[in-house]
Every structure is written in C-alpha cells, then in structure tokens.
Design a binder for this molecule. Structure first.
Ligand code: FAD
Ligand code: DHB
Length: 391
C-alpha cells in the first residue's frame, strides 16, 4: 500500500490528524494495533481546552460535542476545607473549557473517518518505521496475520508513549527529559450525578483529590495513591470515604455516592523527547511527550501537535516550501514545555509527596493562598488551564 501520510495510532492525535489532512485534500492511512471497541472504551481525558474545541469545530467534528459536551467557565480549588472558584472567562478575556470525554472524541472521529476519510485499519500493528531519513519512509506492519509495508512520503507516529515510532529516531540524535512521581491516580467512574457543577481540585495532607464528571448523571473522580497501588485493593466504600475526607469543606458541602462502574490506576510522569522530528518521521502527542494529568493537558497537547503538522504539510503542498515542516519540532516544543511547566506546577502544588516535609506543605498553602489573593497569580492559572496558544 502507498499513501502520502502514514499515521501510526488511532488515539485522538492520529484520528484528528487523518481528519485534518482529509479536509486539506491530503490522503493518509491510519494503522491502529487495537480493535475499535478498545479504542472507543479506553477511559482517559475529560477536559478539552478552548483551542481544542475550536479545532474540532473547524474540522467538522464537533456536532455531538456541541450537543452533549458541558461547557465549564471555572474550577474550584479546595484546601484547608476552604473553597476558591477560578473564573476563566473573567480572567482570560472569555476563554473556557469543555467537559467531553476522550472516548467520545475518538468515537466521533472514527465514525467520520470510516464514512468520509481514507483507510483506518484496526488490529494493524506497526512493527517499525524504516528509512525515515529518505524521501520515502516506510511502515512495516502486521494485519490479519500478514506482514505488509506502507510506503509513505511522511510518517507521523501518533502511537502513544509505548509505540514504535519514537524508536526509529537514532539514539545519538534523541534527548530525553524525564521526571517520575512517587504516586499515581486511582480513577473511578460512578453512576451518580456530580456533587458539584464544576471540577474540584483539592489539596489535602492525605493527598490530592479531583472531582470531575462525564455527564449530568456520571461522576468521574481521582485520588492520589502511592506508586504501584493496585486498584483492586480499594473497596468502593474506602474510595468514597477517602474522597469525603479529602474534599471536606467547612461549609457542609456533601459528596453524593453511587455505584462505581470502573476503577483504574494511572502512573504519573513528565517526559519530553527532543527533537519531535527526524527526517520525514514526525512524533505527535504522547509518542513525544507525557505530562502528569493534573491540569488536563495531554490530549490538548496532542491536538496542538497534529494541527501544527497539518498546517505545515498544507503549506508545503500549496507553496512548495518546507519551512514550516522544518520548524515542526521547535514550534511544538515551545508549547509542550509550557504545558510541562504548568502540569508540573499543578502537580507539585496539589499532591503530597511521601517524603514531604512540613515546610513543603506550607509552601503549597502559600502558593494556593497567592492564587486566591492575587489577580496576577489567578490569571496565570486560568491562562494555563484554558490553554497555551498555537504559534
Ligand atoms: P494515545 O491516546 O495513547 O493513542 C495512541 C494509539 O496508538 C493507541 O490507540 C494505541 O493503541 C496505538 N498504538 C500504539 N502502538 C501502536 C503500534 N505499534 N501500531 C499501531 N498502533 C499503535 N489529557 C487531557 O488533555 N485532559 C485530561 O483531562 C486528561 N486526563 C487524563 C486522565 C487519565 C487517567 C489519563 C491516563 C490520561 C489523561 N490525559 C488527559 C492524557 C490523554 O489521555 C493523552 O495525552 C492522550 O490520549 C494522547 O493521545 P495520543 O493520540 O497521543 O495517544
Ligand atoms: C479529568 C482529568 C484530568 O486530568 C483533569 O485535570 C481534569 C479532569 C477527567 O478525566 O475528567
């Protein structure tokens, strides 16, 4: 098979890229190692930045999001049993975010791709990217028990943190910047209406808690847990009890409980691979960088990368200039590092490390106090949360 752009991975990055290229009249083939049901059910992100919402609308992929997504104009910070609301539009000149799950974004993009776009092959596992430095890179892959080759003009690895794309960048060119955290998030879905109409980010001496939602009748919540925790070790009652403790307020706010339908643990990591391009191989989304989930940046960064690539390739097709393609890595990394900084700051401000000293706890409170009393500090948070602009 041959195509202009070979895309590895049908997560949000790969699927949106295929859609953007289709809209620009550029053909692509998407290879996805898992089956469709797996990709559509994998529980992950829930928050779309203003810029991501705009991109999905422009791509003609926002019809259901605009019907079912829940626009949010703020978040609540909780600490010392106090509550503080951060008002996004007031602080950012009208920007906000949307609660619309990654699963739903993927379902919408898959349906569009299958109806209107180029080939999207499920259970097609990329084995290696070859000849990235040549004019005609190739993806070797296995589909329906057979090995095959996809000949491309460009390869975009959208295959997540564990994918094969990044491995095609030679070791002497790669630079990795990484930090792991000694805790993870235990995430649950529960069949109960969210107990608050906006997301709640809570700092507590026992650890961080986040109250989120998926719909008016489904709560999503997270608890900081020690690294290596098995979700099965937490009973439903223990989870609700712990959420109650960490989210408690002095004004008698009450957390509603309901049946827990899913439980899983996510490790926390900051990771950046530089450069994000080698020859005609481009890395996008989690294949190139990971942020800890505090601050909801991962999916939104993936969207920024593929928008940058689609623009650059369109520019190349229209003008013959490779200027934007050549600048891809640098352009993406500027935004990536802002999101890395923001996610790191949110994580360290709100989580309690196992070796945290009383001094660390006081600094966290001072940071939170600063946000609640300084318009400049609060605006900085609101700008970061609603998203850093694309170049
Ligand atoms: P992925 O979604 O990982 O997709 C990669 C795809 O490539 C997968 O479908 C995989 O099966 C496929 N693949 C892998 N290897 C191969 C191969 N060899 N051949 C073919 N296919 C392959 N981000 C936010 O923005 N907001 C949030 O609120 C948020 N919350 C999160 C909460 C949790 C609990 C977690 C875990 C993550 C969260 N994130 C959030 C991060 C977000 O989910 C990721 O950043 C996002 O999924 C990245 O998209 P991607 O397309 O780059 O990678
Ligand atoms: C969700 C995930 C996040 O990482 C976050 O910061 C906010 C919400 C969510 O899954 O709902």
């Amino acid at each position: 098979m041959r195509t202009t752009v070979g895309i590895i991975g049908a997560g949000p990055a790969g699927l949106l890229l295929a859609r953007l290229l289709h809209n620009a009249g550029i053909d692509s083939v998407v290879l996805e190692s898992r089956d469709r049901a797996y990709v559509e059910q994998r529980q992950r992100a829930g928050i779309l930045e203003q810029g991501t919402v705009d991109v999905l609308r422009e791509a003609g992929a926002a019809e259901r999001m605009d019907r079912e997504g829940i626009p949010h104009d703020g978040i609540e910070l909780r600490f010392d049993k106090r509550r503080h609301r951060v008002d996004f539009p007031a602080l950012t000149g009208g920007r906000s975010v949307m609660v619309y799950a990654q699963t739903e974004v993927c379902k919408d993009l898959i349906a569009l791709q299958l109806a209107e776009g180029g080939p999207l092959l499920f259970e097609a596992e990329a084995l290696a990217v070859e000849d990235a430095e040549s004019e005609h890179p190739r993806i070797r892959y296995r589909h329906e028990g057979r090995e095959d080759v996809l000949d491309c003009d460009y390869v975009v690895a959208c295959d997540g943190f564990w994918g094969v794309g990044r491995k095609a960048v030679p070791a002497d060119v790669s630079q990795v910047f990484e930090r792991t955290y000694p805790f993870g998030w235990l995430g649950i879905l529960a069949d109960v209406a969210p107990s608050h109409d906006e997301l709640v980010y809570a700092r507590h001496d026992r650890g961080f808690a986040l109250l989120s939602m998926r719909s008016p009748s489904v709560t999503r919540a997270y608890l900081q847990v020690p690294e290596g925790t098995d979700a099965a070790d937490w009973s439903d009652e223990e989870i609700w009890d712990e959420l109650d403790r960490r989210l408690e307020t002095e004004d008698g706010w009450k957390l509603e409980r309901g049946p827990i339908t899913a439980k899983s643990v996510t490790p926390m990591r900051s990771y950046v691979h530089e450069p994000m391009r080698h020859g005609r191989l481009f890395l996008a989304g989690d294949a190139a960088h990971i942020v800890p989930p505090t601050g909801a940046k991962g999916l939104n960064l993936a969207v920024g990368d593929v928008v940058t690539f689609a623009r650059a390739l369109t520019h190349r097709q229209e003008t013959g200039s490779t200027e934007l393609l050549d600048a891809y890595s640098e352009t993406c990394l500027r935004r990536v590092w802002q999101a890395e900084r923001f996610s790191y700051a949110m994580t360290t401000m709100l989580h309690t490390a196992p070796d945290a000293s009383p001094f660390d706890g006081r600094i966290q409170r001072a940071l939170l106090d600063r946000i609640t009393t300084s318009g400049a500090a609060e605006t900085d948070l609101a700008e970061g949360y609603t998203g850093f602009p694309l170049d």
